[in-house]
Design a protein around this ligand. Structure first.
Ligand SMILES: [Fe+2]
Ligand SMILES: [Fe+2]
Length: 288
């Protein structure tokens, strides 16, 4: 039987910063309209929806998705990025070296994460679960195959010594444990598994010292643990963003796609075509 491949669009790092930039709003409309006319089954947005951790920017994304009929659990999946949770200027302004109030900052961070999950609950769990929403698994039964999106939060709070730009990432032990359970792995069998996480598995990875310093500020600290989990799940693909570059690479048989940045290249996105046998074709498309 010949089936039409499933079509998934992936964009990342929108970095909305208010509504003044009319061009950016128009570009977003254009892209979403295109996803509809081109017949995409699902859209993934892999974090950094806002530039300054502002709910008003999340609202822009929600409204635009609603106006294009894409604000539905089975149509769109969003995950959180560091810029959705951390406003660097504010962190620095309120930081007091003598009294860092680590636990207070951690609480504020967790509250912000819960706020994101509640704000986008329709696209995350489809029901009210508050801050228990990461990690989440979304299994969608398409006529040709069953897709499982496994979404993790990789944003790590800002700390002056360990995360000075707020851009390093980590997958919490709790998320790794929750997803590594046999019952979860069993529920994924027979699915085409797609991992979602904001941070990159691979940043530059060159020997240059400047690149290494840059890598350190951007890296996913426990990326090998993340990769092991993705392998245990037999994930075929991982979609991420963060490092604003459209890229495609493989690690231990898993294909990683970096969705680049809509903010800087608003006419480009990643297209994934997956057939009923689980064969996947990926390409970056540029609208003209
Ligand atoms: Fe970003
Ligand atoms: Fe980011």
């Amino acid at each position: 039987m010949i089936t039409v491949p499933l079509k998934i669009a992936h964009i990342s790092d929108l970095h909305f910063s208010g509504r003044q930039d009319r061009r950016q709003l128009q570009d977003f409309d254009r892209l979403l309209a295109h996803f509809n006319t081109a017949g995409f089954d699902h859209l993934v947005i892999s974090g950094d929806l806002s530039n300054n951790a502002d709910q008003a920017d999340w609202r822009i994304v929600r409204e635009k998705l609603e106006s294009h009929g894409l604000y539905h659990w089975e149509k769109t999946t969003v995950i959180v990025g560091n810029h959705d949770l951390i406003n660097l200027e504010e962190e620095m302004r309120f930081y007091n070296a003598l009294n860092p109030l680590q636990s207070v900052r951690k609480k504020v961070f967790e509250r912000k994460l819960a706020e994101f999950c509640l704000f986008f609950e329709e696209l995350i769990t489809g029901e009210k679960r508050g801050n228990a929403a990461f990690p989440f698994v979304k299994i969608i039964n398409y006529p040709s195959l069953k897709i499982a999106f496994v979404a993790l939060n990789s944003v790590y709070p800002w700390y002056p010594a360990d995360n000075p730009l707020g851009a390093r990432g980590v997958i919490s032990p709790g998320q790794l444990r929750a997803l590594g359970r046999e019952s979860v792995l069993a529920s994924l069998r027979g699915c085409f598994v797609i991992g979602l996480c904001h941070h990159a598995y691979r940043v530059y990875g060159t020997d240059s010292l400047i690149d290494q310093a840059f890598d350190w500020t951007m890296e996913l600290k426990n990326r090998e643990e993340f990769l092991s989990l993705m392998n245990a799940m037999d994930a075929k693909l991982v979609l991420h963003g963060h490092f604003h570059r459209f890229q495609f690479y493989t690690a231990q048989g898993i294909t990683f796609v970096n969705g680049g940045s809509f903010r800087y290249t608003p006419q480009r996105y990643s297209e994934l075509l997956i057939d009923g046998q689980g064969n996947c074709d990926q390409k970056f498309v540029t609208l003209t």
